[in-house]
Design a binder for this molecule. Structure first.
Ligand code: DCP
Ligand code: MG
Length: 368
């Protein structure tokens, strides 16, 4: 007695770019456990095991029903032994002892704290952990540490940055960014990407893609005002270079990992403002918000939009699909057909899916 008659497990693709995954997750208790396991493997730099759990999480996010028996996952892709053990225990015991062990593990807890700071990744966490540091208080107290500019900003605005960005805040920032960009480049296109474009109601940051249609490129834009903290990474894109084959490659766009100062509406006012309210100077009337600004040449816009909309897992699977099923190489700049030895141009995301022989997947169906 299958709960959804049209659902056939053996027809589920191993690639999330061939599945439609909305934010409606019936299997959160499983996927939360998988994500803890994956994160722990990421902290141990074990990419294979990390991806195994992320792929399994992505398959269960796609299922149109909650898993209640082992029979429910029969025939599904990405259900290896390690994954099945976790599922089985959650079905029987209500929770996973492995995931629980991990979340109480000293190393995991320290890495989780360290990487919650803007500018701190696995490498820095590893270094701090080896030095015997375990908590952020210990890191802050250690005056011998040489923090990067990014990490200093991360500590300075820590409380604001760990509190989620709401959709309302994203919309407010979007207006500010659009207005500011338009004063420099009146024809520029500014698009919110990342989780908000996929329909999420909160995020850890706001991602923007900026392009200027027409011949001239503008690399001046990011070098002007508005930002509390901004680390500008210059474009390193070289024309005609082959797309990167790395699973999680950084792209070469000019970009800026910024912290924006968003003034909160005053009492009795419902509008956001970027100008300081001097009469309320004693209360903090702003919130620090993480913003990624990515500048792309117009002809790469569709590829950049697809890449920056994510989800991360959806992007990984698109690239894996291109490589293994199509003998093509995809990254955030371009799609290269290795058989024909040509770059495939695209003016929209739909065209990229068509080049890859895939059915179009809407942004809100890419929550893999
Ligand atoms: N991305 C990318 N290259 C990078 C960084 C990110 O292609 N160097 C892509 C993958 C992500 C998307 O951009 O899905 C946005 O990155 P985020 O880390 O902001 O992820 P989300 O927006 O999906 O999540 P959150 O809601 O936590 O911000
Ligand atoms: Mg984001």
């Amino acid at each position: 007695e299958p709960e959804v008659p049209s659902f056939i497990a053996s027809k589920v693709s191993q690639y999330s770019c061939q599945r439609k995954t909305t934010l409606n997750n019936y299997n959160k208790k499983f996927t939360d456990a998988f994500e803890i396991m994956a994160e722990n493997y990421e902290f141990k730099e074990n990419e294979i095991f990390c991806l195994e759990f992320l792929r399994a999480a992505s398959v269960l996010k796609f299922l149109p029903f909650p898993v209640t028996r082992m029979k429910d996952i029969q025939g599904l892709p990405c259900m290896g032994d390690r994954v099945r053990d976790v599922i089985e225990e959650i079905i029987e015991e209500g929770e996973s002892s492995r995931a629980k062990e991990v979340s109480n593990d000293e190393r995991y807890k320290s890495f989780k704290q360290f990487t919650s700071v803007f500018g701190v990744g696995v490498k820095t966490s590893e270094k701090w952990y080896r030095m015997g540091l375990r908590t952020l208080e210990e890191v802050k107290a250690d005056k011998t540490l040489k923090l990067s500019k990014m990490q200093k900003a991360g500590f300075l605005y820590y409380e604001d940055l760990i509190s989620c960005v709401s959709k309302a805040e994203a919309d407010a920032v979007s207006l500010i960014v659009k207005n500011t960009v338009c004063t420099f480049l009146p024809d520029a296109l500014v698009t919110i990407t990342g989780g908000f474009r996929r329909g999420k109601s909160t995020g850890h940051d706001i991602d923007f893609l900026i392009t200027n249609p027409g011949p001239e490129e503008d690399d001046e834009l990011l070098h002007k005002g508005l930002l509390l903290y901004c680390d500008i990474i210059e474009s390193t894109f070289v024309k005609e270079q082959l797309p990167s084959r790395k699973v999680d490659a950084m792209d070469n766009f000019q970009k800026c990992f910024a912290i924006l100062k968003l003034y909160q509406p005053r009492v009795n006012s419902n509008s956001y403002s970027t100008s300081k309210n001097f009469d309320m100077a004693e209360v903090k009337d702003w919130k620090a918000i993480r913003v990624d600004l990515v500048i792309t040449p117009f002809e790469q816009y569709a590829y950049a939009l697809l890449g920056w909309t994510g989800s991360r897992q959806f992007g990984r699977d698109l690239r894996r699909y291109a490589t293994h099923e199509k003998k093509m190489i995809l990254d955030n700049h371009a799609l290269y057909d290795r058989r024909e030895r040509i770059f495939l141009k695209a003016g929209s995301e739909e065209e990229i899916f068509t080049h890859l022989g895939l059915d179009y997947v809407e942004p809100w169906e890419r929550n893999a």
